[in-house]
Design a binder for this molecule. Structure first.
Ligand SMILES: Cc1ncc(COP(=O)(O)O)c(C=O)c1O
Length: 341
């Protein structure tokens, strides 16, 4: 049976061209700062986001955690959405490794309320946990790939500046927001003190994220990365995949967005998704008005060759990506239409 795998955009396999770039990469020991391909990737990513420096990291989780440890000293707090990746899916790392307290605002399908967030900021005091950073996620995974509006992010930047605290972006899929909104990575980049951006979600690289920020923050990030065991050696073979991805796989994200929208439009008459909310590569199905729970629908779909991810009891997530073509997207819609009709 032909499998259509829409569990995540991380399931893509490196293309022959990407593998060729990896095979011919110049390498050196990156812990000594000797790997020219890593240095080139870091330089180019920093430049794209309009920051001074960047640091290659093995995963999105480590990149986020490095940023949090750079911005928030132990015993201080970060504010974030209650459905943020950093609090839901990073194994409590901020607390476990950074001594960082996380306080959340109530999830509202990814919507930001800058005034509410501003009201949560706690100054230092005799018995308080001082807020040192606000973290946002662009695009917002758990909310279905929604794009945080630029104006809200700008307002949040102003609030963070007034309070003298930092603003971090988990930008695992910030490329998608940039392509969908027509807002440059540089314009987004200027809003944040640190960003983590990912090469293996949608961009088709096998491994790798980068931390982006000022030279001073990246110097500190390098220490935290080593402490966490993220210093890698001849890692230019992976950075070469990242360079290839930056060059070839960003603009084409628009195709993934069109396919996601098409699936949503096909399923909209069944009352499980509002296509207006599908702006990037995620399609989040709300199963509350159907006979299925997420696990049940995922199992039934898998029996017909479609793989999707339950995201809570009655939400099922499908993600379009580089290795999914029009036929795959149509097949996904056929299977779900058949099961839900
Ligand atoms: C928004 C977001 N941030 C961070 C991560 C973590 O990335 P990794 O799986 O590379 O640790 C993910 C993974 O899916 C994600 O969706």
């Amino acid at each position: 049976m032909h499998i259509v795998d829409m569990r995540s955009d991380t399931v893509t396999k490196p293309s022959p061209e990407m593998r060729a770039a990896m095979a011919s990469a110049e390498v050196g020991d990156d812990v000594f700062g000797d790997d020219p391909t890593v240095l080139e990737l870091e330089r180019r990513v920093a430049e794209r986001f309009g920051h001074e420096a960047a640091l290659f990291a093995p995963s999105g989780t480590m990149a986020n955690q490095i940023c949090l440890q750079v911005l928030v000293p132990p015993g201080n707090e970060v504010l974030c959405d209650g459905e943020a990746h950093i609090v839901l899916y990073e194994m409590g790392a901020a607390a476990a490794y950074g001594g960082i307290s996380s306080r959340t605002w109530s999830p509202a399908d990814g919507a930001l309320d800058p005034a509410l967030i501003g009201s949560m900021i706690t100054p230092a005091g005799g018995f308080t946990v001082p807020t040192k950073a606000i973290a946002v996620e662009q695009t917002h995974n758990k909310a279905g790939g929604v794009i945080l509006p630029y104006a809200d992010l700008q307002a949040l930047r102003g609030i963070a500046d007034d309070a003298g605290i930092a603003l971090h972006c988990d930008g695992a899929r910030i490329w998608h927001a940039s392509v969908a909104e027509g807002i440059s990575l540089r314009t987004y980049g200027q809003l944040f003190d640190t960003l983590s951006v990912c090469l293996s979600k949608g961009l088709g690289a096998p491994v790798g994220s980068l931390v982006v920020g000022s030279a001073e923050k990246i110097a500190r990030a390098r220490v935290v990365r080593k402490r966490l065991g993220g210093g890698m050696r001849q890692v230019g073979i992976l950075a070469a995949a990242g360079l290839y991805a930056l060059e070839h796989n960003i603009d084409r994200l628009a195709d993934d967005h069109v396919r996601a929208k098409r699936i949503a439009e096909r399923l909209a008459p069944l009352g499980v998704v509002d296509p207006g909310r599908v702006r990037t590569n995620l399609v989040l199905l709300d199963l509350t008005k159907t006979a299925y729970d997420a696990a049940g629908l995922a199992k039934a779909a898998a029996e017909q060759g479609l793989l999707a991810s339950p995201m809570g009891a009655r939400k099922l997530r499908l993600i379009t990506h580089l290795d999914l073509d029009d036929d795959g997207a149509d097949r996904a819609a056929d299977v779900l239409e058949g099961l839900l009709s």
